[in-house]
Design a binder for this molecule. Structure first.
Ligand code: MN
Length: 137
């Protein structure tokens, strides 16, 4: 048993991978034979990931706020607390906050044999993000 007390610094999502300000807390880190990686990601209004894929897919679970997600070629979907999304392995997608709301989600995945969790692509442009539907008050 290994206890990690609440003393791990929150880190900021790198600008190469995110648009806007994103704060990330580590929840589970792969160790030994475990491939599970989990983070709690806090998106400020308008912040979002770049386009990306995950080698073994990813589950996100919204805990707070109002979020958006889109797979390549699909509509921008509005996400609310309690909503869960599974992105298929290799499915190109992005996720983030609504333009006018914070959003926090847990993100859970299995890393690959090399320990990689994500393959990053281009940023989500304002035009792509702006295609998001209104999220209401
Ligand atoms: Mn993802």
């Amino acid at each position: 048993m290994q206890i990690t007390r609440n003393a791990t610094d929150t880190f900021t999502g790198p600008g190469d991978w995110f648009t806007g300000t994103v704060h990330i807390d580590a929840v589970a880190v792969p160790a030994g034979s475990s491939r599970v990686s989990a983070v709690s990601v806090h998106f400020t209004p308008g912040a979002r990931t770049a386009w990306h894929t995950h080698p073994h897919g990813q589950t996100i679970y919204v805990t707070e706020g109002v979020g958006l997600a889109q797979r390549r070629g699909g509509p921008v979907e509005v996400l609310r607390p309690g909503d869960r999304v599974f992105f298929e392995p290799g499915e190109d997608h992005w996720h983030g906050a609504a333009h006018n709301r914070f959003m926090t989600h847990l993100a859970l995945l299995d890393v690959d044999d090399a320990g990689a969790a994500v393959v990053w692509g281009d940023h989500v442009s304002d035009e792509e993000y702006g295609a998001a539907p209104a999220t209401g008050a």
